[in-house]
Write a protein of this length. Sequence first.
Length: 328
Amino acid sequence: MNWYKKAYVDGEWWITDTGDVLFADGDVGEYNHEMYVIEQILNSELGVELGEFDFSKTEEEELIQLGINQDAINVLRGKTDAREYGMKNLGWTRVADRYIQAWYLTGTVLKNIANGLYEAFGADAFKSTYVVESLSNGKNYSPVTYEAIDSGNPRNLLQYREWDVMNLRAKNKNWYKKAQFEDPPEWDFPEADHDYNPNWDYEVDPIPDQKLMQLSENIMNEINSDIIPQIGMGKAKASYVKNFKETDTLAKYVFGTAPHPVFVINLETIRSAAEEYKVDISVGIETTITHELGHAIQDWMGLSLDENQAEEFARTWHDFREIDNFWE
């Protein structure tokens, strides 16, 4: 989605990370979005204002020697979009009438947006609905009410999501018949408090697609470092299989293995589903695994299997990098 250059009747604005509101319609005011970002870079990096330093005639090597970081140099040299830099590196939010873009949609950002909308549009801010985009993951929410933004709770945006990965999911029935293998791939999980081995139940793929496996292992590392410690579970581990009896199943949590959960994953099925539903493969893998982590938590907490809970757990982590404590 690219509406950067489209200005609407109410003009354009920056809402900074501290909640300040900057009028950024260059057709009406003195500064546009790019100029504010460039001035911020010059001010923070060199202590000068826009117009006091001619960076266009300064060699890149000299800019580096002045201590300016490469991302900022790329903006000054016109190699990257200043507006994206403002959102990603400065934590600012871009507003163009009812269209809102931020890099992350945290509670603090939402409150800043709500305050900024009121300062920019007055009481009209309450009457409008908005199209809100999180650039970090490309997710869009529409039509979002002012009240939902002003709540400061990212979960209140979920009902307005314009995408849905529910179709990527298959029912997890689990508890499987054992298959026999003459020479199964080695399975090593010394951290676990159980001796479960995926080779007992599945045809483990000895040579999974290396690119997809690396994506999956990166996600597993994130789960083990950023999610599981907050929940109190032990380390999780994934195994990659060639197929399931249910041909449309993407992955399964092996019930009974929590608090050291084991996930069995069919990367090729995830790839096919992602292509069919036009979902980025990294999103498909991430939300599949975190969905199954939701089932592991249900099992560990003694809760009944609930697909909607697991799906919401996966969505909340993907959208906001927050943990949906559905068990509380």
